[in-house]
Design a protein around this ligand. Structure first.
Ligand code: NDP
Length: 236
């Protein structure tokens, strides 16, 4: 029988985070999502938090711990893009993306690690992107934030691997969410043509890999980068 865990997903009000929360719920786990607005799927506890603000994250974790118990699985999913070419990229375009995608993951995982260390059990899953390792014109900020998550997970694995904690990276390719819907149609078609699978993925296809990584079958996987990209990034 599957052990039921307490799971926290950042950015769980839509897109990939929402689908991850739904999938954990479907498997019977206790699920909390953070959102700045809106809420997670039915059955999940929604707590307000902004990943750029440690105090709001701390309050969110405290609320989740009171309601669902210590967080055993954390999914750092919240992310933004501010795409533009390097020459046009402002300091804020760069630092805002790093602050949310990378430092936000740091704040989230640092807070989660408290309970995990005490329990000598934890599953840390960082949502990166195929472009973290492949690169992408117009996404110097975003791809830098996403490749940094690999070093993060691998260092965490070396630090905490002996305490029953694993840390892995999931690197999605193009997934049907608001983030990709915002791309111009001709760009979407060009991307589709370059994906060996010939299509974008559904958020559920990412979510099922995340739940698998959190489960007992993946207990000996740590510091890995798992692509969910239809073959787009082969070679990670
Ligand atoms: P969406 O734009 O649909 O959702 C982004 C989520 O992040 C929202 O829940 C949003 O909350 C949350 N978020 C953004 N900034 C903050 C913040 N400061 N504090 C708290 N929450 C925040 O994105 P996706 O679902 O497409 O993406 C989810 C993750 O997957 C991201 O990390 C993204 O980089 C990654 N990814 C997505 C791919 C894709 O093709 N869609 C491909 C590869 C990776 P709010 O509604 O409050 O803004």
């Amino acid at each position: 029988m599957t052990t039921q865990r307490t799971v926290l997903v950042t950015g769980g009000n839509r897109g990939i985070g929402f689908a991850i929360a739904e999938e954990f719920l479907a498997q019977g786990h206790r699920v909390a999502v953070t959102a700045r607005s809106g809420s997670g799927p039915d059955g999940a506890l929604t707590v307000t938090a902004d990943v750029t603000d440690s105090a709001s994250l701390d309050a969110a974790f405290t609320a989740v711990e009171a309601e669902l118990g210590p967080v055993e699985v954390v999914v750092a999913n919240a992310g933004i893009t501010r795409d533009t070419l390097l020459m046009r990229m402002s300091d804020d375009d760069f630092t805002d993306v790093i602050d949310t995608n990378l430092t936000g993951a740091f704040r989230t995982v640092k807070r989660a690690s408290k309970g995990m260390l005490k329990a000598r059990f934890g599953r840390v899953i960082l949502i990166s992107s195929v472009v973290g390792l492949l690169g992408s014109a117009g996404q110097v900020n975003y791809s830098a934030s996403k490749s940094a998550l690999v070093g993060f997970a691998r260092s965490l694995t070396r630090e905490l691997g002996g305490r029953g904690i694993t840390a892995n990276v999931v690197a999605p390719g193009f997934i049907e969410t608001d983030m990709t819907a915002a791309l111009p149609e001709d760009q979407q078609s060009a991307y589709r043509a370059s994906i060996p699978a010939g299509r974008f993925a559904t958020p559920q296809e990412v979510a099922r890999v995340v739940t698998w990584l959190a489960g007992a079958d993946a207990a000996y996987i740590s510091g890995a980068v798992i692509p969910v990209d239809g073959g787009l990034g082969m070679g990670h």
